[in-house]
Ligand binder design. Structure first.
Ligand SMILES: Cc1cc2nc3c(=O)[nH]c(=O)nc-3n(C[C@H](O)[C@H](O)[C@H](O)COP(=O)(O)OP(=O)(O)OC[C@H]3O[C@@H](n4cnc5c(N)ncnc54)[C@H](O)[C@@H]3O)c2cc1C
Length: 386
């Protein structure tokens, strides 16, 4: 048990911050979570949870897995279609996930997941309207400063404040995200679902553009579309965002366009796909990072949230088993740096695979790539938290 730590401050009530708060409270620590949003709103899009993420969630709190599976959609079939809506291939996917690694691929709304995690914490430990701006640390603790003039004090500070992490910026003085050349729009909508079966995940492959359709449970579906775009410009407003997406898919089949048409423009998220280069350390003194703050990655492998849950459990476990903060952070980084570096690097590479022409694919496949996607999956999904 780490006697040097009693009070932990977490910046960010996203997926990683909340999961880590649950794990740390189970170790008997006094945790406070500080979130910049003024309230919890139904935001975000659909994400996919894989067996490795579930293994860590299960280690944090076994009931979490049951709640998530009953709230989201356990995917049993993956279908590839063309933009005319014709099926090119359709495969059962339990052999890739459930049968081999013990958990289905589950697609769920980011907001539902946030609510499930938050429901396991006493509301009074989550402080909204607290935008972190700075910290100062010494041998006695960390002083934390928020944009509204309030301050907080803790023995330990965890930056779980996402891809644009202000805590990371204070630690590393890094500026720019790296744009990966892929631009994205995504949303959650309730609409006619005849185009997608209940436990299906659909990928529609266009010309240097593609769209995922995910079932999220509760009659919600999420569409996520990305296109190759060496440069990008953000839309001026929500109406322009929606008409841009509809322009991009103007020659696609009507049932696909109808899904976008049925979406409230205000609910469409638009943005570049970015990451950062892996760091060689995430911690300084009493401050460390987790999730996207530590290792933002392209969503090509669907691993951002899954890696975040792995971090959350690993950090709580290292803190409980080490006699000092320094030893805990050393063990945490030993456990997480190499694995997240591999998946960050691989995800960036795979982002461009979506846009390859048939010729490029054929050229790449001889000789076979090493490691193969099956080898990567084996390494990725069989991860068991220590
Ligand atoms: C298109 C797309 C698809 C994706 N699909 C998947 C997928 O299928 N599977 C998967 O595993 N992952 C997916 N991801 C990634 C996943 O959503 C993230 O990796 C995951 O949410 C990271 O969790 P986090 O807690 O680190 O950050 P977040 O969930 O982003 O949470 C950060 C929190 O910090 C708060 N915050 C930010 N700045 C401050 C501040 N200064 N002060 C206080 N609070 C602050 C934010 O408001 C937010 O609540 C996808 C991402 C994208 C872009």
């Amino acid at each position: 048990m780490n006697t040097a730590v009693k009070n932990v401050a977490i910046i960010g009530a996203g997926l990683g911050g909340l999961a880590c708060a649950i794990a740390l409270r189970k170790q008997g620590l006094n945790v406070r979570v500080y979130e910049q949003a003024k309230d919890f709103r139904p935001v975000g899009a659909g994400i996919g949870l894989a067996p490795n993420g579930f293994n860590s969630l299960e280690a944090i709190e076994p009931n979490l897995v049951t709640s998530i599976k009953s709230s989201g959609c356990c995917v049993s079939k993956s279908t590839l279609k063309n933009t005319l809506g014709e099926t090119i291939s359709s495969d059962p996917i339990n052999s890739i996930f459930l049968d081999k690694y013990g958990h289905s691929l589950v697609t769920i709304w980011w907001w539902n997941l946030q609510q499930i995690l938050a429901s396991l914490l006493p509301p009074e430990i989550i402080y909204l309207d607290r935008r972190f701006i700075d910290f100062q640390q010494n041998e006695d603790g960390v002083e934390i400063y928020f944009a509204n003039g309030k301050t907080a004090r803790a023995d330990l500070l965890i930056g779980a404040d996402g891809i644009k992490s202000a805590v990371r910026k204070k630690l590393t003085a890094e500026e720019q995200l790296r744009y990966l050349g892929s631009f994205c729009w995504r949303a959650v909508v309730q609409c006619d679902r005849s185009f997608i079966e209940p436990n299906e995940l659909v990928l529609i492959q266009g010309n240097q553009q593609f769209m995922y359709l995910l079932n999220l449970g509760d009659e919600n579906i999420s569409w996520i579309t990305r296109e190759l775009s060496p440069e990008y410009q953000l839309s001026a407003n929500a109406a322009e965002t929606k008409s841009r997406v509809l322009d991009e898919i103007a020659d696609w089949a009507e049932p696909i366009k109808a899904i976008v048409q049925a979406t409230d423009a205000e609910r469409i998220l638009e943005g570049p796909i970015c990451d950062r280069l892996p760091l060689s350390s995430w911690s300084k003194g009493r401050v460390t990072l987790l999730g996207d703050a530590a290792h933002p990655m392209s969503p090509a492998m669907g691993q951002g949230a899954n890696m975040t849950f792995e971090d959350a459990y690993a950090l709580a476990n290292c803190l409980s088993k080490s006699s000092s903060i320094e030893k805990a952070f050393t063990n945490y980084e030993k456990n997480r740096l190499e694995r997240t570096k591999i998946i960050q690097t691989y995800s960036a590479k795979r982002e461009m695979r979506y846009y390859e022409t048939d010729e490029q694919k054929a050229g790449r496949e001889t000789p076979p790539e090493s490691p193969t996607i099956d080898e990567i999956r084996q390494w990725l999904y069989s991860y068991k938290p220590l």
